[in-house]
Every structure is written in C-alpha cells, then in structure tokens.
Ligand binder design. Structure first.
Ligand code: SF4
Length: 482
C-alpha cells in the first residue's frame, strides 16, 4: 500500500517556506473550506487542530513516532482518530503551527507531489481523501488488492492542475471486497469490487455509499481512468458554489454525469444497480484475526477516539517490534497492527490492553462514540465525551450509541443505531436509527438532523441509559449495527 514516505521538501526549505511572512495562514484562510489539514491548522477551544490525512489509513511506525513527538513539542500531546481513517493533532499552541506542519512534512506525512510552497502543499494535501478497507491487501477473502491502486489514484488527483478546484472534502472510497469495510460512510465517488463470473469488476456509485446500491460497473483495469473522467465531468457540470457530487447528481442526474465522463474517457460502463457485498463483519475491527500472509492482525481502539502521545509511541513500537512497522487507522476510530506473528499475538494483545486500548467489540466503549464536545468545540451544547464515559458504564449489551454536541454529527459519518443529541449541558434528545437509515447520507450532507426517529427529549445520561435498556429489551440489536 502506498504512503507518502518521501518528504516533499527538506526541513530547511520547508521551514523557510512556512515560517516566512504569513503565507500559510493567509493562503489557507483564502481557501473555501474550514477543514483542518496539514497546513490549515484551525482554531478550536482547546487550541489549534491539524488533520493528518492518511490515504488508505496507512501510518508508518516512524511517522507515528514523529507525530507523537510533534504533538508534545508543539501541542498538548492529545491525538485523535477520525471516522475517515485520519489522525488529528489537538491543542496546538499559538505560534507553533508552522513548526508542527514542518515536523510532519519532514516525517513524510505531507503529499509526495507538492513543492514546499504553502499553497501548493495545502492543495496537494487536500487532494488525497482516499479510503480503503483497513484490511486491504491483508484479507484472504478480498476480491482484489486495492493497495496497488492507492498511490496511482492519489498521484492522478494531485497531478492534474484542474483538480485543484475540488473541495477539500471531496472523498473517494475503493472497496476490494474485504470482510471489514465501512460501507455506510458517504463518499463523492465509490468503487466496490464485485465478482462477475470469473472476472472482477468495480461497481460504482456517485454521491452516497455502497449500501445505497450501485449506478453501474466498470472493468477493474479501468478504475483510475474512470475516476479521472468522473472528476472532469464533475468539474464540467459544477456551477459556482457546487462543491460535492451530490449537488451535481441532484441538478443533472447520475446518467448525465456518466455521459459527460464518457466524453473524457469512452469506457465500457455496464448499467447495473444490483450489488451485494460478499459479507462484512465489523467485529473484525478489534482483537486478533488471521490475515493473508500466515500472520495475524490485531485491532484496537482508544476510548472515544482519543489517545495521548505516549500511547501512540507505544503503538508504533509494538508495530515495529512485532509487526511490519506499519499501523492502519480504521474508520471506526481505531487502529490495526498488521502482520503479527501468531506466536506473539497474545503478548501484543495484552500490551494493547495495558495501554488502555479496547480490543473486544463487546466492550461498552467499543460501542460508544462521541464528538469533541464542549471541552474542545464552541458549538457543543454538552460535554459529550464526559457524558459518553458515564453512559458507557450503564450501556446495555449490544447497544451502539453516538453522542453528538450539535446537529453536525462530526463523530459519525453514518447514522448510528441510537443517537443522543445534546440540547443543553447533561441533557439529550434520543433518536433511533429507523429502517430508512441510508437516506441519512443525503441528510447528513446538509447537516439536517440525520439521526432517525425521535424517541425522547431532555434525558439526563442516567435516564438515557434506562431508556436504552427499555428499548433494547423490546428490540435487541446485533453487534454488527455499528
Ligand atoms: S458535532 Fe457539533 S458540537 Fe460536536 S464537534 Fe462537531 S461541531 Fe462540535
């Protein structure tokens, strides 16, 4: 699998570039997004916030050490994992933003196809929102190894000057048919491997997620050319202010986008809607499991997606000592250590548990997600993280719950089985997913309340726990309902 293992510039040239004048901040401010990035450190209540994009979720152990060191040197030492399989540095001290960025670029965490100029770096950084299964290249059940596609796709995104106009939020998913996959997270373009007789094709969809159904399929060999053609079609059709594929599909229809794409690359597109994933088991995100090369991988998750620099150092050391010196960040705000020798698995598992990391999908904190909350976000109406810890102590078995400080739903790209939406400190509305949850993707995009059917209002955390117990006694949930 690819990763930006080569620094985009030497530390010296980069330091000159990002510390001279006010160019990074000024340039980032002029961009049309408030998304945090490698250069665009955005302000939060707990300090600056930097997002380290990890195409395919891959993080080298050396890079993990570098992030941990930078988080201590320039920030509070608090790190968090995101539901797009990225990593964020929180609490960056005022005046330390450029030094943090320079340290991360020096560690090879910047885009490989950018100069050291801040504007160039910022654009290239934002053109690598590519999600793969965390088991890409590791899962024997997969239909195709998508790791070979990741680097060429990112290079294509960054190599076409026209694509600099894409939104920093524009996101791609390539699914290889692995047993562990986030199929309910919306993307602008998604491709999913599907067996067609002896061949493997990619079914695809525009503006949504694989769980919604496909718009058609293409030959696996055409994947990169097809994505490139779709991006050109998107930019051809986008009007000022339209930044996401869902807006173009809503205006023109998916067929018009496909027709335009074929003007750019006359590929053979089969128009098929039916698509079924061979089978996903989200319990595979945690614990010890066999993988492709006669080894095992071990999945873990920090409570509520937060870990400190010392824990990241320890994870990186475990990956180097017992694995293949890589970590994979997962879209469930956890990490996987690939290629562990089976004989060492129990030791590694116990080490992870000693670090306070969760390795059991039945653990209440493996079933609880919460956004930043009022400790770090001015929009939050409640301290969702603290409330989530309190709730986890009372959470009924098999229940998955999401606590959100406002309607933006930062912690969940999907609709959770149960959502607690803060209305005031310590007070929440309770929502139940409902059967129409795939409609969530369009709703989520507009930040409408995307949480499902309202069940109760103004619940304290203790009352919410009681309500969840009553509800689930009537309607048991499966552990796959993450
Ligand atoms: S969901 Fe709302 S309150 Fe929570 S982190 Fe996002 S913007 Fe802040």
């Amino acid at each position: 699998m690819n990763h930006d293992s080569k620094p985009a510039a030497t530390s010296a040239t980069f330091a000159l570039s990002v510390t001279s004048a006010a160019s990074p901040a000024a340039w980032a401010a002029a961009r049309r997004s408030a998304c945090p990035g490698l250069v665009r450190v955005v302000a939060a209540l707990d300090g600056g916030l930097c997002r380290v994009r990890l195409p395919g979720g891959v993080l080298l152990s050396t890079q993990a050490h570098a992030i941990a060191e930078a988080a201590i040197a320039h920030a509070s030492g608090t790190l968090e994992l995101t539901n797009r399989a990225n990593l964020q540095v929180r609490g960056i001290r005022a005046g330390s933003e450029a030094a943090l960025t320079a340290a991360l670029v020096e560690a090879g965490l910047g885009p490989s196809n950018a100069t050291s100029e801040a504007a160039d770096l910022c654009i290239a950084d934002e053109l690598r929102n590519l999600m793969l299964s965390p088991l890409a290249g590791l899962d024997r059940a997969a239909l195709i190894d998508t790791t070979t596609l990741a680097a060429p796709i990112v290079a294509m995104l960054q190599g076409e000057p026209r694509f600099a106009a894409l939104s920093p939020k524009f996101a791609l998913l390539i699914d290889g048919g692995e047993q562990l996959a986030a199929l309910d997270h919306p993307h602008d373009i998604w491709l999913a491997a599907a067996a067609r007789g002896a061949a493997v094709r990619f079914t695809f969809g525009l503006a949504g997620c694989p769980a919604d159904g496909a718009h058609g399929s293409i030959a696996a060999a055409d994947a990169i050319a097809f994505i490139e053609a779709l991006l050109h079609a998107f930019l051809d059709l986008a009007q000022p202010g339209q930044t996401r594929m869902r807006e173009i599909v809503a205006t023109h229809g998916a067929q018009a986008v496909l027709q335009r794409a074929q003007d750019h690359a006359p590929l053979d597109i089969a128009h098929e809607r039916g698509w079924h994933h061979p089978g996903v088991d989200l319990a595979l995100r945690l614990g010890v499991h066999e993988s492709k090369h006669g080894t095992v991988y071990i999945g873990c998750q920090p409570p509520l997606a937060r870990l400190d620099a010392a824990t990241l150092h320890a994870l990186a050391t475990l990956a180097r000592t017992h694995g293949d010196s890589t970590l994979r960040i997962t879209p469930w705000q956890g990490a996987i250590l690939p290629n562990i020798d089976n004989g060492n698995a129990q030791d590694v598992l116990e080490n992870l548990q000693t670090l306070g990391l969760i390795t059991d999908p039945a653990h209440p904190l493996a079933r609880t997600i919460a956004c930043t909350g009022s400790a770090g976000c001015a929009k939050s109406r409640a301290d969702t993280k603290a409330d989530a810890l309190r709730l986890a102590g009372q959470l009924p078995p098999e229940v998955h719950v999401h606590l959100s400080g406002c309607e933006r739903s930062c912690a969940a790209a999907h609709r959770a089985p149960y959502t607690l939406l803060a209305v005031a400190p310590g007070a929440y509305e309770l929502y139940e997913q409902g059967d129409d949850h795939h409609q969530h993707d369009q709703q989520h995009a507009t930040h409408m309340a995307p949480f499902g059917r309202a069940v109760a209002s103004h619940l304290t955390i203790d009352a919410a726990a009681q309500m969840l117990t009553q509800l689930t006694a009537q309607r048991p949930r499966s552990t796959s309902d993450v």
